[in-house]
Ligand binder design. Structure first.
Ligand SMILES: O=P(O)(O)OC[C@H]1O[C@](O)(COP(=O)(O)O)[C@@H](O)[C@@H]1O
Ligand SMILES: [Mg+2]
Length: 360
């Protein structure tokens, strides 16, 4: 069996929250290379989206393996030291604990993992986001795995025709439910449309084979205060029984509104960009998503191909820029400003606290 572990964290960037510089990537690279030499992991690629560093790792140790998670944690710690040395902004921001214990879950970094027997040919995609929340994947994952107007294979290909199972997480209650699509599509949509409360955590085939996995850690809920956005990652298997690469990418052709952007407090369009252009600038955004495509070959990573680095996504980017203009015109008003539930873990309640006594 091969395990795919994508573990990410923001441990410092420049200037402000724009981009994790190469000097941090070099630190992470050194630690992962050592881990590879010591057979802790089989292979790795270091991706980047804005101020977030995304470790795409393969191994045979299963999900939540403490050696693999510790390796990721150590690499982020080394990068934090470098960030401090360079005086970068937000050095060590997502390392919410002083020490590693067992697994990165609950300690700050986000992780999306899946374990499977490699098919004869195993294409998969990783989607890396900045300035948004895990629920940003609700709409595109529904489109990929549940919507025949996006994924033609759901209608045309007998190996997809059965549909998929979605695991939905209520991130305030910490509980999960499995819903089958197409049978329970309306129930599924009744939940995942509420992006302030529910996030898709996994998608599986009806026989339980993994299809997609999302990092659903909510940093603010872990820390109990605003400590930056969760900036999630997702892994999606493609072809032969799964959405084709182009069907998975098509789900991002509409720049839908997602929570995040400036101060994690605004709705804005999710803009698909190349790794090179994953540098959120305007109003710290708009929120970005990068798509890296790989083939797995006996646990080794072949690739990546930077998939949104393509003119067919120019119109989406244009639309995102128009939507960004339109949303910005609302200034501090909703619906540009997030709904009340989402704002609870931002810095706004501190301001509102001061005004409590003014109400009679
Ligand atoms: O100035 P501070 O305290 O870092 O907080 C504001 C910053 O937080 C952010 O929301 C952080 O974004 P990230 O989650 O990508 O780190 C930025 O938009 C904003 O500049
Ligand atoms: Mg970020």
């Amino acid at each position: 069996m091969t395990t795919l572990s994508v573990i990410k964290a923001d441990v410092g960037s420049l200037p402000g929250h724009v981009k994790a510089p190469n000097k941090l990537i070099n630190e992470v690279d050194r630690v992962l290379e050592e881990g590879k030499d010591e057979n802790k992991i089989t292979d790795y690629y270091i991706g980047r989206c804005g101020d977030d560093i995304d470790l795409i790792m393969t191994h045979d140790k299963g999900k939540n393996d403490s050696d693999v998670h510790e390796l990721a944690w150590n690499s982020f710690e080394e990068a934090t030291e470098k960030a401090k040395e360079l005086g970068l902004y937000g050095a060590g921001q997502d390392l919410l604990s002083d020490a590693f214990s067992g697994n990165v879950r609950g300690l700050g970094p986000g992780s999306a993992e899946m374990e499977f027997d490699e098919r004869e040919s195993e294409p998969f995609l990783t989607f890396l986001c900045d300035k948004t929340s895990p629920s940003a994947f609700n709409l595109p994952l529904f489109k990929m795995f549940g919507d025949p107007s996006n994924t033609a294979g759901l209608v045309l290909d007998p190996s997809l025709h059965e549909g998929f199972k979605f695991t939905v997480q209520d991130f305030y209650e910490g509980k999960k439910a499995d819903l089958a699509c197409p049978e329970e599509m309306y129930d599924l949509l009744a939940l995942i449309g509420i992006s302030s409360k529910f996030a898709i955590e996994e998608v599986k085939k009806k026989d339980g084979e993994p299809a997609a996995s999302v990092s659903t850690e909510k940093l603010n809920l872990i820390a109990g205060e605003y400590v930056g956005k969760d900036d999630p990652v997702a892994v999606v298997r493609c072809q032969s029984g799964y959405p084709a690469v182009g069907e998975a990418l098509e789900a991002f052709s509409f720049p839908h509104l997602v929570p995040g952007w400036m101060r994690g407090s605004h709705n804005g369009p999710l803009m698909p960009v190349s790794e090179e252009e994953a540098t959120p600038t305007r109003f710290d955004g708009p929120p970005r998503v990068v798509a890296l495509g790989f083939q797995l070959n006996d646990g080794k990573l072949v690739g990546p191909r930077d998939l949104f680095d393509d003119p067919s996504f120019d119109e989406t980017r244009k639309k995102a820029k128009k939507a960004a203009d339109y949303m910005r015109r609302h200034g501090p008003f909703q619906p540009h400003l997030l709904g009340e539930d989402d704002l609870e873990y931002t810095t706004l309640p501190d301001v509102q606290d001061k005004l409590k006594d003014r109400f009679e």
